[in-house]
Design a protein around this ligand. Structure first.
Ligand code: HGY
Ligand code: MN
Ligand code: MN
Ligand code: MN
Length: 417
């Protein structure tokens, strides 16, 4: 195997038009009229997209596998069948008002590498696999990155399967109902060995677009914590209940929310705090609110800052003791990526004469969990106007193809040794 010519062959076989077609075909599942996608985890649209991906991967000569949390793996055998695979991939589920690229690009880039391998016939020692991780977004079933998390920590599986969405439907029920759709896809255990994992993803922020750079060599991912704050009151008649007789849940929740924003404003430039969902019950125009539930998403690169913010959320909730309670529904620690993988990505971008920069990820990714399982790294491509988690999410096809070539070169290098 001549690594230099192999890399030239495989990167030359990456087909920009085929990649663009695949991104469009995947976006058709859960397509929104505004050009975005609504393909939330474990919905019929999500399962239909996974069936499409299984059939496509097989048409590229790959074998398909799945595991008990619904993760998919598309495997191109290597010369050494016993060697742990080099894996790429991302997630296919989306936000309700998602774009066509968040997660989906990493899946499409991996599949395009499989197609380029089939076209070029480049041999590689280790098997190469493309993973489609279940429920990365976490917006329907918290926590996020559920599939990658169960893969790297199988003891979490039962708790995840019992997790319900706001309608009471559980992950386990959805997977069981869809099971016949994948009866021809063999099951394999969680946590199988992985030699290295490289995820390709859009940046989802403005840094690379502002710098005019094509490739992001990702240093790591900041920490993320999710909370649910529930405030209870007493439903009462809006017209006949005097102010002094009210226990208005929304009034108390508004004081807590005001405290959340004050904590955000008091934090340093890197702190991110978001009240993404707030529901008021019973939600009738002439009933004093009985219950408010709000989510808080907190992000920062330093664990100590996340701890301090959590302490503040506890204080804000305690100020309404007996009526307000705080539950932490997810905690992802700040995570750094493997130096060797970062070097591999950086060298691949240099050899392809692509502009590159070191960057930290504001978004969490499945790679955050894989980093506990094996040497892991990420390749970013720029997001136009830094926009994501928005139907207008966009990246130039030439940048998507450039990221795919860097991925192809990185995977081949890692699969040769
Ligand atoms: O929320 C995140 O960071 C990821 O995009 N799901
Ligand atoms: Mn994503
Ligand atoms: Mn996302
Ligand atoms: Mn991700």
């Amino acid at each position: 195997m001549n690594a230099v010519s192999d890399i030239a062959n495989i990167t030359g076989a990456v087909d920009e038009a085929r990649l663009g077609t695949l991104v469009g075909d995947l976006a058709a599942f859960g397509a929104r009229p505004d050009g975005g996608v609504d393909r939330q985890a474990l919905t019929p649209e999500d399962f239909k997209s996974r069936r499409f991906l299984v059939d496509l991967a097989r048409s590229y000569g790959a074998q398909a596998y799945r595991d008990s949390i619904g993760n998919l793996f598309f495997r191109r055998p290597g010369q050494d069948a016993d060697a742990a695979p080099v894996v790429t991939g991302s997630h296919a589920d989306s936000q309700p008002t998602g774009g066509r690229l968040d997660g989906a690009y990493g899946v499409c880039a991996g599949l395009e590498v499989l197609a380029a391998l089939a076209d070029s016939g480049v041999a590689h020692r280790r098997p190469i696999e493309v993973a489609v991780w279940t429920n990365e977004e976490g917006c329907r079933f918290a926590p996020g990155s559920m599939g990658a998390s169960a893969f790297t920590e199988p003891s979490l599986l039962d708790g995840f399967l019992a997790t319900a969405d706001t309608t009471g439907r559980t992950v386990g029920e959805e997977l069981a109902e869809a099971d016949p759709l994948f009866a021809d896809v063999p099951l394999r255990p969680l946590g199988t060995p992985v030699h290295a994992f490289v995820e390709t993803h859009i940046e989802q922020g403005p840094v690379m677009a502002d710098a005019g750079v094509t490739i992001g060599v990702v240093r790591g991912i900041q920490g993320t914590r999710w909370y649910e704050i529930t405030v209870d009151g007493i439903a009462a008649h809006a017209g006949s209940t005097p102010r002094a007789n009210r226990q208005d849940a929304l009034r108390a929740a508004t004081e807590i929310a005001t405290g959340v924003y004050a904590a955000f404003d008091a934090g340093d430039e890197r702190l991110r705090m978001t009240i993404g969902r707030l529901t008021v019950g019973p939600g009738s125009v002439n009933v004093v609110p009985e219950q408010v539930r709000m989510t808080v998403d907190v992000r920062h690169p330093e664990e100590a800052v996340l701890d301090a913010v959590e302490e503040r959320l506890r204080e804000l909730t305690a100020a309404h003791a007996g009526r307000a309670r705080l539950e932490r529904t997810m905690a992802m620690p700040p995570t750094g990526f493997d130096g060797r993988i970062r070097d591999t990505v950086r060298e691949a971008a240099r050899d392809l004469k692509l502009s590159a920069m070191e960057i930290d990820s504001g978004a969490f990714h499945d790679s955050l969990h894989l980093a506990r399982h094996c040497p892991t790294g990420m390749i970013f491509v720029p997001s136009v106007d830094g926009l994501s988690h928005n139907p207008a999410e966009h990246t130039a096809l030439s940048d998507l193809a450039a990221g795919t070539r860097v991925l192809a070169a990185s995977l081949i290098r890692l699969a040769q040794n």
